[in-house]
Each structure stands twice: as structure tokens, then as C-alpha cells.
Design a protein around this ligand. Structure first.
Ligand SMILES: [Mn+2]
Length: 320
């Protein structure tokens, strides 16, 4: 973490009056938790703040404080500062990207290793488990924390560490989580809010996916082809991956989701040493070493034909 960058951000907060906050498309716990924590922090400093996102608010996150303030339309206005959170690139903000020019200063706070440093100020820490963990440092430095901010940040960290199970979970993550719990956060409640959201249809849908999993001959790569992916209020992606990850010895997991006739979303997860950020980058995507994604503008079948051989070659090369 750069102390100089943190100082510049704090100065910018104090010297500015109006703020726009946004995060990436396909909202999840880290994006929303970070946005709302930032919102509460700025409101406590009596600033004018708007949260504006590309996607509509997924109702599973309604337990987060102030979730109703989040907007999907924006009136014509200028801002002193735009905070872009948890986005590796400004294009990840979807339609909000076109509004970033309305801000005099763009502050990019992110933890993706593929970050393009698109901001006027860039606080990018790929070692951080989540954007929320980076924002925790800001709150700590500014000595601004309360139960609501703590719940938002805890939810962000909880989501991006897969409930504290991913490789990004280290001592620092637990230190931050412990400090946040001092504000009255109950992990079991957060878990219930986030993970008890499926309906019977979802489970049957996931059952069909699991029963048709595919493997490479060496059983190092496991993938699923999903012919109809419906955008829901909550994301089944992590639940499906968590089931897949229970397989012993598999190094790379992929989901191919049909979004449109010639639009396929591919999600990558890795165990062990395979860097799926680099694999996703080959297909114009990105993310983290152990979790990444891309969109391939071709049919489901063509995307599978392109990606799987590449992943096979990539993992084979590592063995040599
Ligand atoms: Mn994140």
C-alpha cells in the first residue's frame, strides 16, 4: 500500500464537495459493500454523494445499510470526484463509464492484478483480498468506522474470500475481519443473508449442471456448459464453483454460460498454481490469479472449442 496515494485520496476527500461512486457490472458483495461503505464515510463528512451503477440492485443484498440510495439513472450533473471501486478497467463500470468524464478527478480503488490504472489517482493493491479490505485501510486512517460501515466492509471481504476459504485469506484478512467484528458484526448472520437465497428450482438447475460436468483426460480441468443462464437477483456462480472445488486434484474450473447467440461468458477459477488471470487475458478478459473471467463473442460451442485446448496447453506447459 502506498502511503502517498492514501494521503492524496484523503486530501482529495476533504477538499471536494460532490462525489460519484460506482463499481463493476454484475454487482456482488465486494462491489456493493465497498460502494456503501464509501457512501456512509462520505455522508459522515457531510458530502454530496451519489451511487450510480450499470446494473440494478440485487435484492439479496438488501440487508446492507443504505442499499436503497443506489441509483441506475443519473441526472445531468458534474462531480468533483468519481470513485470507481473494484473495477480492473473503467469499461467494467458498464454504461457508467460514459459519465466518468463529468468528474474532475477519477479515483480508482481496486485489487485486480489486471488493473489498467485508468484513474487520476490509482490505489491498486493486488495483495488485498477485496476492494473492501483496501477501503478498511482508508477508514482506519481517517478514523471513521461504525457498525454500518463495518457490515458493508465485512460483507465485501466475506464475498471475495469465498467466506474466508480462498487462498487470498491470510492473517491480515483475519485481522481486519476481527476488528470489524468489534463493531457488532455476526459472521453467521452475514452468511445466512448471503447464502440462504436459493429456491428449489435453483438447486435442480445446479444439479443438472453438476451431473453434466466435463473433464480433460487427465482430470485436471473441469468445466460446465450452461445452455441457458438467467440473470438472477443473486449469483449462482460461486455456489456452483464451490461444489466443483470439492473435487480432488482438479487445477482449473470453468463455467461457459450462454448469454446470447454469439455471446458466451466464461468464468475461470483455479486451485494450485495455475494463473487464470493470464488465461483470461489471452481471451481479452482478466481478473485475479485464481479467479477471472471473459466474454467471448461467439457461440457456446465455439467458445468451448477455443478455450479448453488453450487451457490444456497452458496447464501442460506448467508441468514441463
Ligand atoms: Mn472484488
Amino acid at each position: 500500500m502506498s502511503k502517498e496515494t492514501l494521503k492524496r485520496i484523503i486530501e482529495k476527500i476533504h477538499s471536494s464537495k460532490s462525489f460519484l461512486i460506482t463499481a463493476h457490472v454484475n454487482l456482488e458483495g465486494d462491489a456493493l459493500g465497498s460502494e456503501l461503505a464509501m457512501y456512509i464515510l462520505l455522508k459522515k463528512l457531510k458530502k454530496r454523494v451519489v451511487i450510480y451503477n450499470h446494473d440494478s440492485f440485487p435484492s439479496v443484498y438488501e440487508f446492507l445499510p443504505n442499499s436503497r440510495v443506489i441509483k441506475t439513472t443519473l441526472e445531468k450533473k458534474r462531480f468533483d470526484v468519481a470513485f470507481v471501486l473494484d473495477c480492473s478497467d473503467s469499461s467494467r463500470a458498464g454504461k457508467v463509464k460514459d459519465y466518468l468524464g463529468r468528474a474532475d478527478c477519477i479515483i480508482n480503488i481496486d485489487h485486480h492484478i489486471s488493473n489498467t490504472f485508468f484513474g487520476d489517482i490509482n490505489w491498486v493493491d493486488p495483495k488485498a483480498s477485496s476492494a473492501a479490505q483496501i477501503l478498511y485501510n482508508l477508514c482506519e486512517k481517517m478514523k471513521i468506522m461504525d457498525k454500518n460501515i463495518a457490515l458493508c466492509l465485512y460483507t465485501g471481504i466475506f464475498t471475495d474470500t469465498g467466506s474466508f476459504t480462498y487462498a487470498s485469506t491470510n492473517k491480515e484478512v483475519h485481522r481486519v475481519a476481527t476488528n470489524l467484528m468489534n463493531y457488532g458484526i455476526y459472521p453467521s448472520k452475514v452468511y445466512e443473508s448471503l447464502h440462504s437465497s436459493c429456491c428449489p428450482t435453483d438447486l435442480k438447475f445446479m444439479g443438472r449442471i453438476i451431473s453434466s460436468l466435463k473433464f480433460d483426460p487427465r482430470k485436471k480441468i473441469c468445466w460446465a456448459i450452461i445452455k441457458k443462464w438467467e440473470k438472477k437477483d443473486y449469483d449462482l456462480t460461486e455456489i456452483i464453483f464451490s461444489i466443483m472445488r470439492s473435487l480432488k486434484g482438479v487445477e482449473v474450473f470453468l463455467l461457459f454460460k450462454k448469454i446470447g447467440k454469439n455471446e458466451t461468458r466464461v468464468n475461470f477459477r483455479s486451485c494450485f498454481s495455475v494463473d487464470v488471470n493470464r488465461i483470461a487475458q489471452f481471451f481479452c478478459g482478466g481478473g485475479h490469479k485464481k479467479a477471472s473471467g471473459t466474454t467471448i463473442w461467439e457461440s457456446l460451442e465455439q467458445a468451448e472449442k477455443k478455450v479448453i485446448p488453450y487451457v490444456q496447453k497452458y496447464t501442460d506447459r506448467l508441468k514441463k
